[in-house]
Design a protein around this ligand. Structure first.
Ligand SMILES: NC(=O)c1ccc[n+]([C@@H]2O[C@H](COP(=O)([O-])OP(=O)(O)OC[C@H]3O[C@@H](n4cnc5c(N)ncnc54)[C@H](O)[C@@H]3O)[C@@H](O)[C@H]2O)c1
Length: 286
């Protein structure tokens, strides 16, 4: 399939939905972006425009590609002609199951269905769709136009056709896929979320400040960012949701979100998107 024949529908116009839309329109693909929150749907076009300008300025997306058309809406009725649907709604299994059931009823059988879940097993979500073989996970990083590598999660019921369609779509988006097996948190978040929780506990215990934890990861291990700066970028609400998913499905107590993470979320300190998390951020992002 060539770039022009891909038509993407993205569900959820939050941090990831708008960033994935930016990647796709920046590579020339038309996108319909759906969010049930009218405020999110209303602000989506401006957010994608700003991210696209920045990504092009920084050389992460080409300037000589005509951007794909972007339509922002509150209705899944508008996604019927999509060739692939990417679900990027809140990290709650019941919300995702409902959205995926709606989506699979709105598109033709055989249409590629993608979940961008951080931690919920693909096969658990496959139970909600009409044709489980059509569903797989593409765990885009944040933001995906800056980080080319993606974790592609093949569930036990994912079909060969869906995997081939996903790899074709990722080629059109100039992404570098790594295909892995299914399970809570897959590869990245099974490790990363535990690390973030542990780093937050270290700060809670008074052993180090967030700055010191992150400085050690950067300086000693050569990481580009430390775990707590990463947590602020992800969104602390999303970190707590992902830890809960992991805790519930593995029974491993080290995934139980620590008190300080829960307190920050309860206080509305969600990281970069609200302007305050482990760090103070100049200007919240949409
Ligand atoms: N933030 C990250 O760094 C990151 C990275 C990779 C994957 N993810 C995953 O991507 C998904 C989205 O995360 P996010 O950070 O963008 O969250 P977010 O809170 O910024 O956005 C979620 C959006 O989903 C919308 N939504 C909720 N129910 C909906 C429905 N029924 N239909 C349509 N829209 C609905 C909300 O209004 C909100 O705008 C989650 O599964 C998350 O785990 C996040």
């Amino acid at each position: 399939m060539t770039t022009a024949t891909h038509r993407l529908a993205i569900l959820g116009a939050g941090v990831m939905g708008t960033a994935i839309a930016t990647l796709a329109v920046g590579r020339g693909l038309p996108v319909t972006l759906v969010d049930t929150d009218p405020e999110k749907a209303g602000g989506a076009a401006a957010s994608v425009r700003n991210q696209l300008r920045l990504a092009q300025l920084m050389g992460h997306l080409p300037r000589d590609t005509t951007p794909g058309e972007l339509t922002a809406t509150t209705s899944t009725v508008d996604i019927a002609d999509a060739t692939a649907v990417v679900e990027a709604v809140t990290e709650r299994a019941e919300v995702k199951a409902k959205v995926l059931a709606e989506v699979s009823a709105a598109v033709a059988p055989g249409t590629l269905l993608v979940t961008n879940t951080s931690a919920i097993p693909v096969d658990e979500l496959a139970g909600a769709v009409a044709h489980p073989a059509d569903l797989l996970g593409i765990h885009f990083m944040n933001p995906p136009y800056l980080i080319r590598t993606v974790e592609v999660v093949r569930g036990p019921r994912t079909g060969d056709t869906a995997l081939a369609a996903a790899l074709d779509l990722l080629a059109a988006l100039d992404m570098a896929p790594v295909v892995v097996g299914d399970g809570p948190g897959f590869v990245i978040n099974r490790i990363l979320q535990r690390m973030i929780n542990e780093a937050a506990k270290i700060v809670e215990d008074g052993l180090a400040t967030p700055e010191q934890v992150d400085e050690l990861f950067r300086g000693c291990l050569g990481h580009r960012t430390g775990p707590l700066a990463t947590a602020d970028l992800i969104g602390l609400d999303n970190v707590v949701d992902s830890l809960r998913v992991l805790h519930e499905r593995t029974g491993d107590a080290s995934y139980e979100p620590c008190a300080s993470l829960r307190a920050k979320v309860a206080a509305g300190e969600h990281g970069r998107k609200t302007g305050q998390g482990f760090y103070e951020h100049g200007g919240a992002i949409g």
